[in-house]
Ligand binder design. Structure first.
Ligand code: ZN
Length: 389
């Protein structure tokens, strides 16, 4: 079959391909909702983007639940809250063993798939949650955490963030130790959120490939959270993967410019979020998306279509190669584009890539195989390092 086949043909072929692939999403903020109240993954939910029915509908095979607290929370409080979130993810898999299962390796993701289950994984989003203590890092690994984003929006005690003033010239010496220990533990080093210098320091120190678990392309949308073409190339050279983020502020230059042109809009959105949610972070993330959409509907912010995701995927493929691009939605933690409101919409990505002329094998790589390859490689490096001791 060729790209010249009729439209319906491609649609049917896309669905078949999509549901025959292991789709991996490296970043979801749903964890916040587990702690906010009575949110549960099993029933279909009226809000947000992730639950078991919609993951099944969208053919999502593996999901990395983000363990996240704001950068300003540090020390023992940060550790306690991270542990609560790790426990909440464990609890969801314990409550729904027929539907979802905890996985910590690429092989376990494939096994879950064979058993007809969704694989749940965990990533700690921000090095501040280890409280500058490698024993805490090791405990997270022991509890099943398989990646750590070196920073969130603010600097850690040992690494600079892309959205804070540089304080460490990238990674401090301790920060480099953290990266080495992550390599030994088999935790993927995630460079989303970090400053460009931190990225290059991590790339130099790490013995295993890195990921940008939820970052997009700076050449398409000039956000510090996105990766430059050079960074995408350098990440790829070391075997890594950039997992494209669906957040409208990282996808669309037009949206970004509109936000910048009228800072009052963001302030008003933040005030409304606070009014609706108080300090409940899960609620804040969901309502922030809803309220932003209200502004789009009123014509105060531009409407961003889901096809922008495809534009970023295609750009990253052209720059880094098809082996080095994946999916990292930021569902339940960011503002989703029109047409990609939740996980049930994921098959559209497969169809769009086929229509663009991507081969079935290449689509599979982007959907999940590239991320699985990085995991396997990180696991191999870990085994080797441990054998040396
Ligand atoms: Zn993030």
């Amino acid at each position: 079959m060729t790209a010249a086949s009729g439209g319906d043909d491609i649609e049917a072929r896309a669905r078949k391909l999509h549901f025959a692939s292991i789709v991996v999403d490296t970043h979801d903020d749903t964890t916040q909702r587990f702690l906010d109240g009575d949110f549960d993954l099993l029933p279909r939910n009226g809000s947000g983007s992730i639950d078991i029915p919609r993951m099944k509908e969208g053919g999502l095979g593996a999901i990395f639940f983000s363990i996240w607290i704001p950068s300003k929370i540090t020390g023992p409080d940060a550790v306690k809250r991270a542990l609560d979130q790790i426990d909440a993810v464990h609890e969801q898999t314990r409550k729904h063993p027929k539907e979802i299962t905890l996985a910590t390796t690429a092989a376990e993701i494939r096994e879950a798939r064979k058993d007809g289950k969704i694989a749940a994984l965990m990533g700690v989003e921000g090095g501040h949650m280890i409280a500058s203590d490698l024993t805490v890092l090791r405990s997270y690994a022991a509890l099943g955490v398989r990646y750590m984003t070196l920073t969130h929006s603010g600097n850690d005690e040992w690494a600079d963030s892309s959205t804070d003033k540089a304080a460490h010239n990238g990674l401090s010496d301790f920060g480099k130790d953290v990266v080495r220990e992550m390599n030994r533990l088999g935790m993927i080093v995630d460079i989303s959120h970090v400053s460009d210098k931190t990225f290059y320091d991590a790339l130099e120190v790490s013995k295993a490939p890195l990921i940008g678990s939820h970052s997009s392309c700076r050449a398409v949308c000039d956000a510090p959270r996105n990766m430059t073409d050079q960074m995408i190339k350098d990440l790829a050279t070391k075997g890594g993967v950039i997992q494209i983020n669906y957040h409208v502020g990282f996808l669309s230059q037009e949206f970004r410019d509109a936000e910048k042109a009228d800072p009052e809009i963001n302030k008003a959105i933040a005030a409304e979020v606070e009014k609706r949610c108080g300090d409940k972070e899960g609620c804040q993330l969901i309502e922030g998306d809803k309220i932003t959409r209200e502004y789009v509907d009123k014509g105060k912010l531009p409407r961003v279509d889901w096809t922008k995701i495809i534009e970023h995927i295609d750009h990253a493929v052209k720059i880094g190669g098809v082996e080095h691009v994946g999916l990292g939605s930021d569902f339940d933690g960011a503002n989703m584009p029109y047409g990609m409101e939740d996980a049930s919409k994921l098959p559209k990505i497969t169809e769009a890539l086929l229509r663009k002329g991507y081969s079935e094998g290449d689509v599979k790589k982007i959907l999940g195989e590239n991320t699985l390859r990085v995991m396997t490689e990180v696991e191999r490096v870990s085994r080797e390092m441990n054998a040396q001791r």
